[in-house]
Ligand binder design. Sequence first.
Ligand SMILES: NC(=O)c1ccc[n+]([C@@H]2O[C@H](COP(=O)([O-])OP(=O)(O)OC[C@H]3O[C@@H](n4cnc5c(N)ncnc54)[C@H](OP(=O)(O)O)[C@@H]3O)[C@@H](O)[C@H]2O)c1
Length: 242
Amino acid sequence: MGTLDGKVAIITGGGSGIGFAIAERFAREGAQVVLAGRRPQRLEEAAAKIGRGARGVPTDVGDEAQVKRLMDSVPQVDLLVTCAGGAVFGPVEDVPTEAWSDMFKSRLFGQLSAVRYAVPKMAPGSSIVLCSGVAGRSALTQYAGGAALCGGINAMGASLAVELAPKGIRVNVLSPGLTRDTAIDWGIPPEKLGAFMDGLVDRIPLRRSGTVHDMADAAFFLSTNAYATGQVLDIDGGWTAV
Ligand SMILES: NC(=O)c1ccc[n+]([C@@H]2O[C@H](COP(=O)([O-])OP(=O)(O)OC[C@H]3O[C@@H](n4cnc5c(N)ncnc54)[C@H](OP(=O)(O)O)[C@@H]3O)[C@@H](O)[C@H]2O)c1
């Protein structure tokens, strides 16, 4: 018997990295997981690796009609985790505003529309875990739009938690710190990536990056603790404590 037996879990961004680790963990606990991402082959491979009836639904979360179709593909949603999205880095005078805007479209509005179409399918006791990032609480240079986005997700989580509490739906935010072994494209030239990463690790009290399993543990906790709602959980090696 698993803790999540009989539960349907939708994991956006579940084809790789943090989302994949969460999907794998939920499936091991008995959930029927549905992975959403843009690349069908990535989803197929991820679902095959997870097994246990996992399946992928190709979805661009920046397209509301596709998000609706994703939610229409399941009879109910017990657990929603929204990890889809990427990052854009660069000096504020160089990054085109449109690049930040595209990031908001998938990573902020993508999470909002996932919630919008999942809520009608959620019974009391269901859980939503949004995904922000360390930049929402701690200044990260060359990431102005990302900082705004992460702070926005943290605020959105609190607002949704209060709004959805009368329906018995809990909403929390997982805020990852630097997490290794994911497919994320930092948008940094390869020759500069090492120094960039070293600079980030220098800011972390534990002096190392986290793993996708650290993030999956946190998502599992937020999804199953029946009294946790309206929280932002920083899993960042102490970065935001400094
Ligand atoms: N890694 C870190 O250090 C870190 C730190 C803080 C926050 N985060 C955030 O955590 C989340 C997961 O990141 P990760 O590191 O695990 O990276 P990842 O391995 O690249 O995972 C992101 C997933 O999102 C999917 N995706 C991207 N845009 C999408 C869209 N428009 N529609 C649907 N799916 C989309 C990608 O698949 P497709 O390309 O196939 O769509 C990919 O599978 C991201 O939001 C990231 O910004 C990461």
